[in-house]
Design a protein around this ligand. Structure first.
Ligand code: GTP
Ligand code: MG
Length: 400
């Protein structure tokens, strides 16, 4: 506050109706001459009204500034999703410049946010029965990331020329292609609908490559089965529902050899420090499958996919080792059950960490696709599929 001498003060007040309104406002805001004193010294009513309006405007601006800052803080704390940010831009709730100046959003990202749109993409059952090949099933709770693992495998395979798609499964292929296109725009899939019609498969042939990416001539037909996690949860709680849930269309009870992918949601552990429900469901499913139409007899390998590995602590160097230990420590009952089934049916047990990539905006936007994990998984699938078995690659470590 700049103190005024008595003479200066009187000079201001004497000329009050000639002074610019900003000068008066500054003296009021700085607590140098309060409004009452200006009024007592004859400040015109219109000027008083103008000052009151200015005060309201300032307060409004301050409130907006605080509100904007709260919104930027939520973005920087990873609590806003991409569509919430897009909507705030569209409604004028925040300005583009404000976002650029106050958040991690840069020009490129801003363009992506503005152009973000999600296509409704739901799987549709192929009308014909499953053909010969090794069938791959994804079991795990809704939201554990099954569809994302599928999309990641096909995205990498397409880039590297690993797969030749079989058009018998055209509906599954159309669905998968859209998923792949979407993740390349950073767009994540919707939850898979829990209907039998939405249980589908994608048939493809894995072409083995040597270390230089040249086809070795060996091939392995694969069928990837896509279904909702709700079916998995339903089957765990009610084994009588299997035919209408995880064995919809009889894919699971078919005679093809199988790889069962148990998708563990690591993020649930990070957020809730709790994996009990996941563990209970996996254990129940294993017990049901033991009694269910040779399902485990036809199983070549059970994969423990510790998913969302981007959420592992930052200092973890050996992610495969961390994933295995995490599983052993937190899913002890599942491990015990798996071992007892393994003694009975002699399937392989494989543990892999997995991540679709790096996420932003509360996991609603994928800004970088990981290539390492799908590559490892595809190579491992080759070794563990019926064709890999035929070549006698029988013994694997738990993390290959
Ligand atoms: N951090 C992280 N989040 C992921 C990853 N993969 C998936 N997610 C998040 O998990 C959400 C659900 O993934 P989905 O693949 O749709 O899950 P789902 O298991 O197919 O779910 P249902 O279809 O309902 O059974 C995604 O929208 C992402 O927000 C990952 O690798 N890392
Ligand atoms: Mg899904």
């Amino acid at each position: 506050m700049t103190e005024l001498s008595r003479i200066q003060r009187e000079a201001f007040l004497r000329r009050c109706n000639e002074l610019p309104i900003e000068t008066i406002k500054n003296k009021i805001d700085a607590n140098v001459i309060p409004l009452d004193e200006w009024i007592e010294n004859g400040l015109e009513t219109s000027k008083v009204q103008e000052l009151r309006a200015l005060e309201i405007k300032t307060k409004e601006e301050e409130r907006k500034k605080e509100e904007d800052q709260a919104f930027y803080d939520l973005i920087n704390d990873n609590e806003k999703t991409i569509d919430q940010i897009q909507q705030a831009i569209q409604t004028g709730e925040v300005s583009e410049q404000g976002l650029l100046d106050n958040t991690e959003i840069d020009e490129i990202l801003l363009k992506k946010i503005k152009g973000y749109s999600q296509v409704n993409n739901f799987p549709e059952n192929n009308d014909i029965p499953l053909g010969k090949g090794t069938d791959i099933f994804f079991f795990g709770k809704s939201g554990s990331g099954k569809t994302c693992v599928l999309a990641s495998i096909f995205n990498y395979a397409e880039e590297q020329g690993f797969f030749i798609d079989n058009t018998n499964s055209i509906k599954g292929i159309n669905y998968k292609n859209l998923l792949v296109n979407e993740i390349n725009n950073g767009v994540l899939p919707d939850a898979t609908p829990a209907t039998k019609d939405a249980v589908t498969y994608i048939s493809t042939t894995l072409v083995e490559q040597d270390a230089y990416g040249k086809p070795t001539g060996e091939t392995s037909p694969l069928n990837f089965i896509e279904m909702s996690g709700e079916f998995f949860q339903k089957a765990a709680k009610d084994p009588d529902s299997m035919q209408d849930s995880i064995d919809a269309h009889g894919y699971l009870s078919g005679s093809n050899k199988k790889l069962l992918f148990f998708i563990v949601d690591y993020n649930k552990y990070v957020e809730d420090n709790n994996v009990r429900e996941q563990s209970q469901d996996f254990q129940l499913i294993l017990q049901h499958l033991d009694k269910y139409k040779k399902a485990l007899k036809n199983t070549l390998s059970v994969y423990i996919v510790v998913n969302k590995a981007d959420k592992f602590p930052e200092n973890i160097v050996d992610k495969a080792d961390y994933a295995l230990n995490f599983f052993m420590d937190n899913f002890k009952s599942v491990y015990t059950t798996l071992n007892s089934k393994r003694e009975k049916y002699n399937f392989e047990l494989v543990s892999v960490p997995f991540s679709l990539g790096s996420f932003m905006f509360n996991d609603s936007y994928l800004y970088k696709i990981n290539k390492e994990w799908p590559k490892k998984l595809i190579i491992s699938i080759g070794k563990h599929s019926s064709y890999g078995k035929k070549k006698g690659w029988g013994v694997f470590s738990s993390t290959d």
